[in-house]
Design a protein around this ligand. Structure first.
Ligand SMILES: Cc1cc2nc3c(=O)[nH]c(=O)nc-3n(C[C@H](O)[C@H](O)[C@H](O)COP(=O)(O)OP(=O)(O)OC[C@H]3O[C@@H](n4cnc5c(N)ncnc54)[C@H](O)[C@@H]3O)c2cc1C
Length: 348
């Protein structure tokens, strides 16, 4: 089989990879490889909530989103439940409720024609004096000067570049149910007995999505146990229509973020760019892609160092969220914050 040569090869066409492919200077010959398909196959499990930060990232790109990506209804508050203390508070939120797969396909559709897009799964890659050789499961082989890992939480690029670095990770499990609640709502759930992270529910197009992040050892049991414990808070689940699971990263230190080396770069969740407090990752994916595109627009020889420097404020943002975590996740501090009613709203 004939193998092709590129300047930049991007693995992964989520928000990070699609944004980078759209913004890279035209002087580069670029290919993006992604395992997603439009109507079948892999779809990223996600709550599909576009945070204010992600909206700002899109505003920065000066693009507008078509309305068929929106989910129904749009909801303006999140019901926060602390199972341990029994406290419930409502907080105003300005998320956009969307269909995540449609959002991903829309971002991919914005990539200009000079970028080649191909469907496939990368099996492995190796470094050589000219760059990298990338091999797909279907046997195709590509050569590239620069490699970009935009391949999400389970990134083979990060694992290959940093084999000794283990990133704190959880198993995110999501189930979809026919919506049975009278009024659609968002919720955020803390239940220390089943997880030291959080869970969420989102009403979307007559479907209730319930998901959470759990320690890998006993994740499925903990998920089911938590569903039972939520019965007394009025949750009605019924029979699941769909169950999905994937890894989600949760950086615990500033140094967990890896931006790449040796002409290989990491963007989005592959780099560890995801909020450890809310697990919001779309804004970080877009922002890190913008910064890498800017790096490639420079004449600089040491692009790895330039990109590392450029991402300083993103890493600082993650660090600030790490500092915020105890106020959300330490039972006593969370109880105090919720008891104070600080920034909460009354819902009739
Ligand atoms: C259950 C769950 C709910 C979430 N909810 C939200 C939310 O509501 N709002 C929010 O902002 N964030 C949310 N996040 C986080 C957010 O989804 C991610 O941080 C974000 O998608 C990261 O974008 P990315 O482009 O870096 O990676 P991804 O979106 O994961 O994209 C990676 C892409 O790489 C491709 N890929 C991976 N490996 C290969 C390979 N070997 N070969 C070819 N292609 C490959 C995949 O097809 C995928 O398209 C959630 C995460 C989870 C797990």
């Amino acid at each position: 089989m004939k193998s092709e040569c590129y300047d930049i090869l991007i693995i992964g066409g989520g928000p990070a990879g699609a944004t980078l492919a759209r913004l890279l200077p035209k002087k580069y010959r670029v290919i993006l490889i992604d395992k997603k398909e439009k109507d079948s196959g892999f779809q990223k499990p996600c709550g599909g909530l576009l945070s204010e930060d992600a909206q700002r990232s899109l505003a920065q790109l000066n693009i507008t989103m078509p309305k068929d990506i929106l989910a129904d209804p749009q909801i303006f508050s999140v019901k926060t439940i602390d199972v341990e203390s029994g406290l419930i508070r409502h907080y105003q939120r300005t998320y956009i409720n969307l269909d995540r797969h449609k959002f991903d396909m829309w971002l991919l559709s914005l990539i200009p024609d000079n970028v080649e897009k191909t469907n496939g799964i990368v099996r492995n890659f190796s470094i050589n004096e000219k760059g990298y050789t990338v091999e797909l499961f279907d046997g195709r082989v590509f050569h590239t000067r620069y490699l970009v890992g935009a391949d999400g939480a389970n990134s083979i690029v990060r694992k290959t570049l940093y084999p000794n670095k283990t990133m704190p990770s959880y198993v995110a499990i999501q189930q979809s149910f026919r919506e049975q609640h009278k009024t659609p709502f968002y919720s955020c759930i803390f239940d220390k007995k089943t997880s030291d992270c959080c869970s969420w529910s989102i009403s979307k197009d007559d479907v209730l999505i319930f998901g959470g992040a759990f320690a890998p050892q006993n994740c499925r049991n903990d998920f089911e146990k938590q569903k039972q414990r939520l019965g007394k808070y009025g949750f009605r689940f019924g029979k699941p229509i769909k169950t999905e699971a994937c890894i989600v990263l949760r950086p615990k230190s500033y140094f967990d973020i890896c931006t790449g080396k040796n002409r290989a770069f990491l963007i989005g969740e592959a780099a560890g760019f995801i909020s450890p407090s809310s697990l919001e990752g779309i804004s970080f994916a877009i922002d890190s892609a913008i910064l890498l595109a800017e790096t490639f627009a420079l004449q600089s020889k040491n692009k790895e160092k330039k990109y590392l420097r450029k991402t300083f404020h993103l890493r600082l943002k993650i660090f600030k969220k790490i500092i915020k975590c105890p106020f959300m996740y330490h039972p006593m501090l969370r109880k105090l914050v919720m008891l104070s009613g600080f920034t909460s709203i009354d819902v009739k």
